[in-house]
Design a protein around this ligand. Structure first.
Ligand code: FES
Length: 103
């Protein structure tokens, strides 16, 4: 079942940066990679850290601000220890300047 939610204006997601939005039951982190928007669960799977406070590294990974584990922004896959458990990633579409995520 399709359940698209409008969560932000696309211009609010800085290029090369992040924006944390309300995903309903939990926060979601949006990323702007060269003008393309991606979305993952905002909470690190290793601890209670907001990935939106982290840094984008290697063009497509988010580095957790707490212990520097990383995830692939495009898939949510855990890439560097201490992160071992993947985080959810969500389909994104842009319509009329708004970011929609399917969650
Ligand atoms: S809380 Fe994210 S790496 Fe530990």
């Amino acid at each position: 079942m399709s359940n698209w939610q409008s969560v932000a204006d696309v211009n609010d997601v800085p290029e090369g940066g992040t924006l944390v939005v309300d995903g309903g039951s939990h926060p979601v982190c949006l990323y702007n990679l060269g003008g393309e928007i991606f979305a993952t669960h905002d909470t690190c799977s290793h601890g209670q850290a907001s990935l939106g406070d982290g840094f984008i590294v290697d063009d497509c990974e988010i580095e957790c601000p707490l212990h520097q584990g990383t995830f692939d922004i495009r898939t949510g896959k855990a890439k560097a220890l201490p992160c071992k458990v993947d985080i959810a990633s969500y389909p994104v579409k842009i319509e009329a300047g708004k970011v929609f995520i399917q969650i």
